[in-house]
Design a protein around this ligand. Structure first.
Ligand code: G4F
Length: 333
């Protein structure tokens, strides 16, 4: 039985990946941070049978211990501080977790595996945020990196370190440069979920206004469930490599609003949406669009969910969630 260790298990990608690996017969271990983590039950309920190990990317000894306990064939490093605006407020913490955490994990792997690094394969979650002030459109694996946030800078460090451990030690280490990927499990601080949750609440008369930042930003949005499959495929290749994972189609926040509000029968969303500069970023990434030709040709990967379908799926899920919340609220009064 193959064993996999996942950092960042509490996020949407961690949950989808754990489900995918279990469906393929893996024994899955997830690293969970902190004492009494409030997401512990969520993970156990979503992925029954998973083994959760208490560990932290900033504590190398806890990583070595987790590797010893799980003895994994594959390690997926999805753990990061992933909300871009937070990285300006907490740049040191972001660097410690999102950049230095990769170093800690790679060094922990070397300490645990000793001279036999061939016993394990490593996946690093790199990000399209590394392209930042884009130097070409669309972006490929060889596009110059020009990060625009402490988060993006930290991801560049992890990306190059992964390549360096591959080249220095022969570790089977691959980096997936993932463009934005969303789902009903997305955190409500990210723009897609913020919009779909608000639209559901507006439809139920529970919210009057949705306040956003830059409506002109463009992103290449795909479905997280599709993207975790690309992660797994990367570690099944004979040779490790880096891959852009993207749909190749970009949309603006305005397009997102069109589809989401359209789902509840509102064509003109302007009366419902406001803009506030507190949601603008010190340095914006305005136009991300990925070229996933390598993933398509070498991994045989392709996305199965298009943008409109993704947003409709999220609105439908949020409508159910908000209706249930209303019922619970009513019952408790
Ligand atoms: O949804 P976002 O916060 O995602 P962002 O910054 O692109 O980063 C996400 O995708 C990356 C690539 O996969 C990941 F590496 C990263 O960890 C994260 O998952 O913002 C998307 C766009 C931005 O241009 C932002 O300025 O939406 C714009 N936006 C406009 N109004 C807003 C808002 N973003 C948020 N979060 N909230 C707003 O009110």
């Amino acid at each position: 039985m193959k064993r996999a260790l996942i950092t960042g298990i509490t996020g949407q990608d961690g949950l989808y990946l754990a489900e995918l690996l279990q469906s393929k017969g893996y024994q899955v271990f997830g690293l969970i941070r902190g004492q009494d983590n409030p997401k512990y039950d969520l993970v156990r309920d979503t992925v029954p049978g998973i083994t959760l190990l208490k560990s932290d990317l900033t504590d190398i000894s806890s990583l070595v211990r987790a590797l010893e306990l799980s003895d994994p064939h594959e390690v997926y490093n999805l753990g990061a501080i992933s909300f871009v605006p937070y990285s300006w407020e907490n740049p040191v913490l972001t660097t410690d977790v999102t950049a230095k955490g990769v170093l800690n994990l790679l060094e922990a792997i070397r300490m645990w595996a000793g001279t036999d690094l061939s016993r394990v394969r490593f996946y690093q979650a790199s990000s399209s945020e590394m392209f930042g002030e884009v130097r070409e459109v669309p972006q490929t694996e060889s596009t110059l990196l020009w990060p625009r946030s402490p988060y993006g800078v930290a991801k560049v460090f992890g990306h190059h370190l992964t390549i360096n451990y591959r080249e220095s030690y022969g570790l089977h280490a691959s980096s997936g440069i993932l463009f934005n990927h969303e789902s009903p499990r997305r955190g409500p601080e990210f723009v897609t979920r913020k919009v779909t949750q608000a639209v559901a609440r507006i439809s139920l008369g529970e919210q009057k206004k949705l306040v956003l930042g830059n409506l002109d930003a463009r992103r290449d949005w795909g479905f997280a469930g599709d993207f975790v499959e690309a992660m797994w495929l990367m570690l099944q290749q004979d040779e490790p490599e880096d891959f852009v994972v993207a749909t190749g189609v970009a949309h603006s926040i305005r397009d997102l609003l069109d589809v989401a509000f359209g789902e509840i029968g509102i064509e003109d969303w302007t009366p419902w949406v406001g803009v506030d500069e507190r949601y603008l970023r010190p340095a914006e990434v305005t136009h991300l669009i990925g070229d996933a030709t390598r993933a398509r040709t070498e991994l045989g990967w392709q996305p199965s969910v298009e943008f409109d379908e993704l947003i409709r799926m999220m609105v439908a899920s949020d409508l159910i969630e908000q209706e249930l919340a209303l019922v619970r609220h009513g019952a408790s009064r």
